[in-house]
Design a binder for this molecule. Structure first.
Ligand code: T46
Length: 141
């Protein structure tokens, strides 16, 4: 299996009846799902995230609204716009992420590979860069 960051979710339906999109763990994404959470009622202009994960892998999607996600591997930053319920962003371990709320009422949904564990978070950018320099992650994993 090889995965790009941005995934086009499968779509079922029609203009008359509406649409249904879905993804399946270990088929469309490379991990089993242990936790689902969502973020909502976030004022436009808010910045969230500002951390990396040591091991956690996640799929992010925005069923309504517009959220910009900037992924940083310690060398390069790439911006992704979640502005359609058919798009999802695969965020593997080791990426610093900043999220910007662009539209009123936007909802961010996340499927995660593990339970919540604050010890998995790196919330200090200098510490994140130290992990990158020490070769903590192989982005080919
Ligand atoms: C991520 C981005 C996209 C819990 O108690 N359980 C949970 O499952 C989560 C996700 C969070 N929390 C607590 C921890 C904090 O006290 O909820 C509070 C807010 O979490 P945080 O400031 O980390 O929220 P975001 O929106 O900055 O980040 C979240 C996820 O934590 C993170 O893994 O990648 O969404």
């Amino acid at each position: 299996m090889s995965f790009d960051h941005l995934i086009q979710l499968r779509i079922n339906g029609s203009e008359d009846a509406g649409y249904l999109s879905f993804f399946e763990a270990e088929k469309d994404i490379p991990f089993p799902i242990k936790r689902v959470y969502y973020t909502y009622n976030v004022p436009v202009g808010t910045k969230r995230g500002m951390h990396a994960h040591k091991t956690l892998q996640q799929l992010l999607w925005c069923p309504y609204g517009e959220i910009e996600v900037i992924l940083d591997d310690g060398k390069e930053k790439t911006s992704y716009l979640l502005d359609s319920p058919e798009k999802a962003l695969l965020v593997l371990k080791g990426y610093w992420r900043n999220l910007y709320w662009k539209k009123e009422g936007s909802v961010l949904c996340v499927a995660a590979s593990d339970y919540y564990d604050e010890d998995d978070y790196i919330r200090d950018y200098d510490e994140f860069i130290k992990y990158v320099k020490e070769g903590y992650w192989s982005y080919e994993d």
